[in-house]
Design a protein. Structure first.
Lengths: 439, 405
């Protein structure tokens, strides 16, 4: 029976080729636009570290004044911390793992003396960074806490930088000139690019990639300045220059802790609160403790990681899909009602209502499938153009997955069948032989 | 024109008419909000920085290799050599990068005792050549004097006073409602400085269309002797490319203990910085164009169907003396009624969508002009779309009334 209906559907669709084309175009455009934006939306809002996103936390402390407007987050807590707080927190061992970090740029003299120095984006951090974030290694491994403590001159390279500097060879143990100092390579990462780059949501949080890692303590000794923002309310404490910065209340360091269980998290929350209360007692803060502890998921939404523009574009594209479906309903209504003659003949010849229903649903299904295929083509086209015009940040992520093809076809089919319900119901109302009279 | 027959025929085609009206409503709701967003984003990407000639002004991102002891002297040598270039008008140095997102934020106030006073501002440490190098327009007061320039070794210097500073007009207005700031002492935490000048504008680049702090900038007299700095160079008109090459070669000739990461004009930096905003505006426009197209074809499709259904009635009306023109006007009027109803719904939907957007981001309320413009566009679209089927209807010969049955 299905084959017969399919045959009928093809004939019927061929009969009014313009209406058919319009319907397929409408469904295709709707699917294309909404799938394009959905892919971008998903890319922007994905969980960068699903296996651990509930165990990794960012502690925050109100380092300024609840009254001040320096921190521009929703609850006016700074998203970064001072050197003072970061080093104090590093000293406590309540968290299973913890890392302070800030972005730097370093100049590297390639081992090949014929080549000019190059500058790369790098990160000063603690050795815990790597096991905490499940960073995969190709060669070697992270530096140890002992090396953190001894301010060791060691580095971890990304695979890409290792390819560039050492031709992809196992460079563990080899020396590298960073700035004017010699560092020893401890490890080389395998491919690792969490997106969004949750551990540092500064500019370039979708595309920026750290090429080199070195101990936080070493970077502080070398007076490597942060290349991200630095927020200050006032300078307190003694010292000038670099030392002055370390003692100031300027915030510039990101801090992460790993707290595997809910109890660990509760303990850490208490620790933070007590720490802030102690600072208040010492007279550093003139306000009651205000702290927060957020896990990766909470951190991403707190930082509004999905650009509002992407959210708006996604909802607009779904409005477009809705208009396309309305459009398809109208066109199908016109199309089905135009074939009342055929229906009444079939009904007069003994076709039951379910048979007519099945026939029209098959016809709608054909439109839905072809529309879905057109939509997939348009999605590819749409993603290509979005890659060209949106931030470089996002464009790396805009890939159509294999199961997107199924989703697109399923949505298209469901939308078309839904759209076909009313026109089909109207077609079912046609009385047998009603049209025969007039002909 | 009689409305009666149109209404009674619409009553027979309730569903079709409702479908078109709904499409019109959704289209209008999206269109007026989208137009508003496109306008906002476009304005954002064109927001002036205050830099006089962005295409002839460029920046050199310089990172020193090695010790930090003699950096002030090294920077001075670089500046002297850059200023001596025949293609250069003037050069300054800063750790901040307008249109680059790198900078230092501080709270500045004229009333340090008062809570919540003052404004968050971007601080640009520069030397006395900044106004000339960037082409900033001084509207009152004076520029820094060479002897006022202090040396800073990074952000941590513990100066209790920077001596002098220059603010933007917008910041002056926020510090003192009368804009009367010259000669007054401003506090940035513990640091103080006397405001000696007001420039028309210096905006480091906006992240949102309505950012309240975008126009708040101050220039402070600090020669930045730290490892990462930007040289901001203004070239003579038409010589920017030559100046970029000459500057780079010249700097490497002085010392190779550095990496020069990028040399880029501010015109290019602007394209990069606002790439997202321009992309959103473009995508939004494309989606709107598609939406209008889909709606138009929907109207054409359904109206054509109605025309073909009513061929006989049209023929009868023609036979009874209706002119082709009155048939044409009939369909135009019918479309106007449906689209008008759709527009009423669409305006409500559009306002609701705006409220939803307002709730999520601090955007502005949808101006009335966008609703009016959207309504006109949608009504015109309906009229244009209906023209072809209506003309076909008008071309139905009266004789068709006599032909069948």
């Amino acid at each position: 029976m299905f084959g017969y209906y399919f045959n009928l559907a093809l004939r019927s669709l061929q009969r009014n080729i313009v209406l058919t084309a319009l319907m397929i175009a409408a469904i295709g455009i709707g699917i294309g636009a909404s799938m394009t934006m959905l892919t971008i939306f998903r890319a922007a809002s994905g969980d960068p570290i699903p296996q651990k996103s509930a165990q990794l936390f960012v502690p925050q402390i109100d380092n300024f004044d609840p009254e001040s407007k320096i921190a521009q987050s929703d609850d006016l807590l700074p998203v970064i911390v001072t050197y003072l707080d970061a080093t104090e927190w590093m000293r406590s061992h309540i968290a299973v793992r913890q890392a302070a970090m800030y972005p730097i740029t370093v100049s590297i003299n390639p081992p090949d003396p014929a080549r000019n120095p190059i500058q790369v984006d790098a990160r000063a951090t603690s050795g815990d960074f790597f096991p905490m974030f499940d960073v995969p290694f190709k060669f070697g491994g992270p530096w140890s806490r002992a090396e953190d403590a001894s301010h060791a001159s060691v580095v971890v390279l990304t695979r890409a930088l290792n390819d560039l500097l050492f031709g992809g060879a196992n460079s563990v143990g080899r020396n590298l000139t960073v700035g004017d100092k010699t560092y020893r390579v401890m490890g080389v990462l395998d491919e690792w690019q969490p997106t969004p780059r949750f551990y540092d949501l500064g500019r370039g949080s979708y595309s920026g990639q750290d090429q080199l890692f070195l101990p936080f303590t070493r970077a502080i000794d070398e007076q490597m300045p942060t290349v991200a923002g630095l927020n200050c309310e006032q300078r307190t404490g003694p010292g000038t220059g670099w030392d002055g910065l370390l003692h100031s209340n300027c915030v510039w360091i990101r801090f992460w802790v790993e707290l595997p269980t809910a109890r660990d998290a509760a303990n850490y929350q208490t620790f933070l609160h007590n720490y802030a209360a102690e600072q208040q007692q010492r007279g550093r803060f003139h306000w009651p403790p205000r702290v927060a502890l957020r896990n990766v998921t909470q951190w991403l939404s707190y930082n509004h990681v999905v650009p509002t523009a992407v959210e708006t574009l996604t909802s607009v594209s779904f409005a477009l899909l809705l208009v396309c479906i309305l459009n398809a309903i109208g066109l199908m209504l016109a199309k089905f009602m135009a074939s009342t003659g055929v229906i009444s003949v079939r009904r007069a010849l003994g076709a039951s209502r379910p048979a007519i229903f099945a026939q029209f649903m098959v016809e709608a299904g054909v439109i839905g499938l072809v529309g879905g295929l057109v939509g997939l083509g348009l999605t590819q086209l749409g993603l290509m153009s979005c890659r060209a015009v949106l931030q470089k940040d996002l464009s790396v992520l805009m890939q159509l997955h294999s199961n997107d093809v199924l989703v697109a076809l399923a949505v298209s089919l469901a939308a078309t069948l839904l759209a076909a319900l009313y026109p089909t119901w109207r077609a079912l109302q046609v009385q047998p032989a009603s049209q025969l009279k007039t002909q | 024109m009689e409305l009666g027959p149109i209404l009674s025929s619409l009553r027979r085609n309730k569903v079709g008419a409702t479908l078109i009206a709904l499409q019109i409503a959704l289209t209008l709701a999206v269109l007026c909000n989208a137009l508003f967003i496109v306008e906002q984003q476009t304005a954002l990407s064109r927001a002036p920085t205050g830099i006089a000639d962005e295409s002839n002004t460029f920046l050199i991102s310089n990172q020193w290799i090695g010790g930090t002891a003699d950096l002030a002297a090294r920077v001075q040598t670089d500046l002297a050599s850059l200023r001596a270039l025949p293609q250069a008008v003037d050069v300054t140095v800063s750790p901040g990068q307008p249109l680059g997102g790198r900078g230092m934020g501080m709270n500045v106030t004229l009333h340090p005792g008062k809570k919540r006073s003052g404004a968050l501002t971007t601080v640009f440490p520069v030397d006395d050549h900044a106004l000339n190098a960037l082409g900033l327009r001084l509207i009152s007061g004076r520029n820094f004097r060479p002897e006022e320039i202090l040396t800073a070794h990074g952000f941590g210097d513990n100066y209790s006073s920077w001596g002098s500073m220059i603010v933007t007009r917008e910041l002056a207005r926020k510090l003192d409602p009368g804009g009367n700031v010259l000669g007054r002492t401003a506090s940035l935490g513990r640091i103080t400085a006397i405001i000696i000048g007001v420039v028309d504008q210096l905006a480091p680049g906006r992240v949102a269309a309505n950012s309240a702090t975008a126009e708040n900038s101050i220039l402070v007299p600090l020669l930045w002797a730290d490892s990462n700095i930007f040289y901001l160079v203004r070239a003579k008109p038409g010589q920017v490319a030559a100046a970029m090459v000459a500057a780079r070669d010249g700097l490497y000739k002085i010392s190779r203990q550095r990496t020069i990461v990028s040399t880029q004009t501010f015109a290019d930096a602007r394209l990069d910085f606002y790439r997202g905003a321009r992309g959103v505006a473009l995508l939004m426009s494309i989606i709107c164009a598609i939406l209008l197209g889909v709606t138009a074809f929907g109207i054409i499709g359904l109206t054509s169907y109605w025309v073909s259904q009513r061929r006989r009635q049209i023929g009868i009306r023609r036979a009874l003396g209706a002119t082709a023109g009155s048939i044409l006007r009939y369909f135009q009027m019918e479309n106007l009624l449906i689209a008008g109803a759709g527009c009423v719904l669409g305006i409500l939907l559009g306002l609701a969508a705006n409220l939803w957007i307002l709730q999520r981001i601090a955007s502005a309320r949808l101006p009335l002009a966008y609703l009016i413009a959207g309504t006109i566009i949608v009504l015109l679209l309906g009229q244009i779309a209906v023209l072809w089927p209506a003309l076909r209807a008008a071309a139905v010969p009266p004789a068709i009334a006599a032909r069948s049955s």
